[in-house]
Every structure is written in structure tokens, then in C-alpha cells.
Design a binder for this molecule. Structure first.
Ligand SMILES: C[S@@+](CC[C@H](N)C(=O)[O-])C[C@H]1O[C@@H](n2cnc3c(N)ncnc32)[C@H](O)[C@@H]1O
Length: 289
């Protein structure tokens, strides 16, 4: 049994014996249905990524899922390739983006040509590799991304930003406070706990608020087990730069986006004390040699 499968079993997943990818048929089905109702805000990461694709001839999206970004990029880029470890997740790429070449493989062992792409995108892939992969898998994946980029090529890295230490006080309507309690009772990655200050005002760690606001939609769904065993507080800027540095990719730009206060507002809540923050980042890293 590979360490990868062992680690996933340790984290409580029900594994399909013939498929060791994180997303099996039921997770992929849920994910696809959910993303059909994505609004503008859910798609803002793709709009941001597209801005860096000007003049790009060859693009690969690693962890492309059902191919939403491939579809968007294909009207601006000559050649688009999609990579994913999960056959189930890529069902739909053919329909969404008929011109895309799809390769089923893992990010740490890319079945792709060397020195070929102008842009390699990873959107919400690397946190899964960091949290569920083997110890050196993140480094191996970044080394592979560097290998497949042409000199001067760019890695566009979008992922979850760590909200950092500390607490904030927020107002939550009673039904959402009940949902938070359900979330805290099911979340296993760390002990998630808030305290009640007065009435509907609670004190909550920044990281717990971020995990709750971005994971409540997965409660009682086929994705619940996976989501309750990982966090959406993953990378800091310093750490990301170190990872990139270690494989010889140079960080060129860093942008933070997606305001947590909008997630809170969508639940009828608001900040009472403590400053809101951005919960995602886009980093541009260049292969210089
Ligand atoms: C959270 S989804 C992100 C999908 C899409 N990129 C987006 O931004 O919405 C992560 C995707 O990465 C794939 N994936 C996870 N680990 C992988 C690995 N080690 N190698 C290749 N693909 C992987 C999953 O199958 C899934 O399709």
C-alpha cells in the first residue's frame, strides 16, 4: 500500500480499491454540480489568472478538474492542455473545451514534454498535495512544473492563504451559529472552537472562521469527509516563496484576493472587532534558467 493511500485512509476516507485519486465518482459528481451554480465571485480567480495569459501560446492547467479554466483560456491561447489525477473529475473537459489535450497523471510525475509551456497553472491543487501527499510531494510537483516550463515561462499559483493567528469577534445569526456548531463537531483537522461573548456575538479564531465560511457547503455531502480532514489555511507568502525558491522558480508577483467579510455577509454575519482579510492568493513565479 502506498503512503499516499495509507495517509488518506488514516484521514478517514472510504477508498475505492481501484482508484487512489482524491476525487472519486461521488466527489466529482458533487463538485461538478456545485460549480454549475458558481457566481461571479467564485469565478474571479479565473479572471485574474487570465490576465497573465496574454501572449501565451502553450498553457497547461495542472489539477484542471472539469476544465472550466481551460474553457476560458482556450479563446486566448493557441494550445491548452489539462492534467488531472482523477478520470472522474476530467469528465466534461471534452465538452467544455474540445480543443484541450487531457493527460491523466499526478503532478509529481507529469507525463508532459520538458521546456514546452509558456504558462503552467495550478488552481487550488497544491494545498491538496501539501495536506494529503507524501512528505516531498510538493517539492517534486514544483520541480515537475519547472521542468515542463520553457525558460521565461510562468507558474500561476492560486491557492488558500493562511488566515494567521488571533481571534475576531463576529455577529452570526442563530441559524448560522447552529451550523457553526455542527461544523465544529465534525471538523477533524484541528479542534475548532468558538466562544459566545454576548447574545449572537462570538469570538472565533481567524483560521476557524475561514474554514467554517468556506466549508459549510460541504457538510452532509459526499465531500464532507475530505473537507473535514483538511484546512483552507494553508500557505503564507514567506513559505510559498521558500517552496518556489527551493526548486529554482523566482516569485515575481503576489496578489491577495477574495475578501472574507463577503463570505461572512453572505451568511448574514458581520465583523464586530478585528480586521477582515483576503483568503486567496495568486502568485506568479518565473523559470529564469
Ligand atoms: C480543488 S480541485 C480544483 C479544480 C480547479 N483547478 C479549480 O480551481 O476549481 C483539485 C483538483 O486537483 C486534482 N488533483 C488533486 N491532487 C492531484 C495530484 N497529485 N495530481 C494531479 N491532480 C490532482 C483533483 O482531482 C481535482 O480535480
Amino acid at each position: 500500500m502506498s503512503l499516499y493511500i495509507w495517509k488518506k485512509q488514516q484521514r478517514g476516507f472510504l477508498m475505492d480499491q481501484n482508484d487512489d485519486s482524491l476525487y472519486g465518482a461521488s466527489e466529482a459528481d458533487f463538485f461538478r454540480k456545485r460549480t454549475k451554480s458558481w457566481d461571479k465571485r467564485d469565478l474571479e480567480k479565473f479572471d485574474l489568472m487570465l490576465k497573465y495569459c496574454e501572449g501565451c501560446n502553450r498553457l497547461v492547467d495542472i489539477g484542471c478538474g472539469w476544465g472550466k479554466f481551460l474553457e476560458i483560456a482556450s479563446s486566448h491561447v493557441d494550445e491548452v492542455w489539462g492534467v488531472d489525477e482523477s478520470v472522474e473529475m476530467t469528465k466534461g473537459v471534452e465538452q467544455n473545451c474540445p480543443s484541450a489535450k487531457v493527460v491523466i497523471c499526478r503532478a509529481d510525475n507529469l507525463d508532459l514534454p520538458s521546456d514546452y509551456f509558456d504558462i503552467a497553472v495550478t488552481s487550488q491543487l497544491l494545498h491538496e498535495i501539501k495536506l494529503f501527499g507524501m512528505l516531498d510531494e510538493l517539492y517534486k510537483s514544483l520541480s515537475e512544473i519547472k521542468r515542463v516550463l520553457a525558460v521565461g515561462g510562468k507558474h500561476l499559483l492560486v491557492d488558500h492563504l493562511d488566515a494567521g493567528d488571533g481571534n475576531v469577534d463576529v455577529f452570526l445569526p442563530p441559524d448560522k451559529a447552529n451550523l457553526l456548531q455542527e461544523f465544529e463537531s465534525k471538523f477533524e483537522y484541528y479542534q475548532a472552537k468558538h466562544s459566545v461573548m454576548a447574545g449572537d456575538i462570538i469570538r472565533i479564531p481567524r483560521r476557524t472562521l475561514q474554514d467554517f465560511l468556506t466549508k459549510d457547503a460541504y457538510l452532509n455531502s459526499p465531500m464532507e469527509s475530505m473537507e473535514m480532514n483538511e484546512t483552507h489555511n494553508v500557505f503564507t507568502r514567506e513559505e510559498t516563496e521558500q517552496y518556489l525558491d527551493a526548486v529554482g522558480l523566482a516569485m515575481q508577483e503576489w496578489t491577495e484576493f477574495t475578501d472574507i467579510s463577503h463570505d461572512l455577509m453572505k451568511k448574514g454575519g458581520r465583523f464586530i472587532s478585528g480586521k477582515p482579510w483576503m483568503r486567496k492568493f495568486l502568485c506568479v513565479a518565473v523559470k529564469t534558467e
